[in-house]
Design a protein around this ligand. Structure first.
Ligand code: NAP
Length: 286
């Protein structure tokens, strides 16, 4: 039997995950295929019920279901419960459906690997306060940044994010608890203090949904600190990255994070180490 894995979301047609995951499955000779499962909100319960059939190994979850899916699952890994978002569902041997979040560890891996940047002890500005930003904030606090400034169009969402993602919420099995809580600051996108915090930070991350169109940027006025790394979760060259590079910053797009979140998910579904080089090549040519 060919087993099935899928991306649950609406829309899903743009996704590069099938190219990456099918290349990995084929490379390892695993009899399964990764599909796009377009799922409007009212069809989400039926989709999760389908996952329970023996032909399905698991799924990725994307917009707009990353939070809505939580109550439909049997169990949540602590990281997904604390972030409040699931991007990967896998099955235990007894058929239990478990939700986890591989975006958070993937961000740290790609910063350390592709960006050669250690966030520990650094001052960081994070743009956005939705699912991807929540995962990033969790990861950055876990990595013991010195200061995290969350900047969002809607200030209340930035404040709510910081209220949730604190060091006391972290899993003591995964992270040391001895480090002091970072300084946590929430600002609105148009706050006059944003440029000063940017000028005094070594990492800027865009985790808003802005940047997919070539001429859009989440930050109309960009200030780049000397030596800053500007990281955009959008996995294409963006206006933000172009403007940052023009000011002398190092830049990195979201392809590495996409790769590493997919690699972690692959291992959850198959129990096998992900063939990273094969997956990276498939993503780059997709
Ligand atoms: P989302 O829920 O749609 O993100 C919404 C966020 O974007 C909110 O903070 C929202 O601010 C902000 N926003 C939307 N329109 C805006 C505008 N016109 N001006 C300023 N801010 C605006 O999406 P998500 O799931 O969190 O993902 C965010 C981004 O990360 C997406 O581009 C996604 O593709 C990317 N991502 C990449 C990876 C990867 O592996 N590379 C993984 C996950 C996500 P308000 O709160 O004010 O509405």
């Amino acid at each position: 039997m060919i087993q099935r894995i899928g991306l649950i979301g609406d829309p899903v047609a743009h996704s590069r995950s099938p190219a990456m995951q099918n290349a990995a499955l084929m490379h390892l000779g695993i009899p399964a295929r990764y599909e796009l499962w377009h799922t409007p909100a009212d069809e989400l319960p039926a989709r999760i019920a389908m996952l329970r059939t023996s032909e399905c190994l698991g799924a990725n979850v994307t917009l707009p279901h990353k939070t809505a899916v939580l109550p439909l699952l049997d169990d949540l890994e602590q990281i997904a419960a604390r972030i409040g978002a699931v991007n990967t569902i896998y099955k235990r041997a007894d058929g239990t459906l478990v939700g986890t979040n591989t975006d958070a560890p993937a961000l740290l891996t790609t910063l350390r690997e592709d960006g050669q940047f250690e966030p520990g002890g650094q001052r960081v500005v994070l743009l956005g306060a939705s699912g991807a930003a929540r995962a990033a904030a969790y990861a950055l606090v876990a990595a013991h940044v010195e200061r995290l400034v969350v900047v969002n169009r809607t200030l209340e969402r930035a404040e709510a994010l910081l209220a949730d993602v604190t060091l006391s919420q972290l899993d003591p099995h995964d992270y040391q608890e001895t480090a002091p809580l970072p300084q946590l600051i929430a600002l609105a996108l148009d706050d006059p203090d944003v440029p000063a915090y940017l000028a005094d930070s070594m990492l800027l991350i865009n985790a808003t949904a802005v940047g997919w169109q070539a001429d859009t940027t989440p930050l109309p006025t960009l200030t780049v600190a000397p030596g800053m790394l500007v990281y955009d979760m959008v996995y294409r060259p963006t206006r933000l990255l172009r403007e940052a590079a023009a000011q002398g910053a190092r830049t990195l797009d979201g392809l590495g994070m996409l790769l590493h979140q997919g690699a972690l998910a692959f291992t959850h579904w198959t129990g096998r180490p992900a063939p990273l080089a094969v997956m990276r090549r498939a993503l780059q040519t997709a």
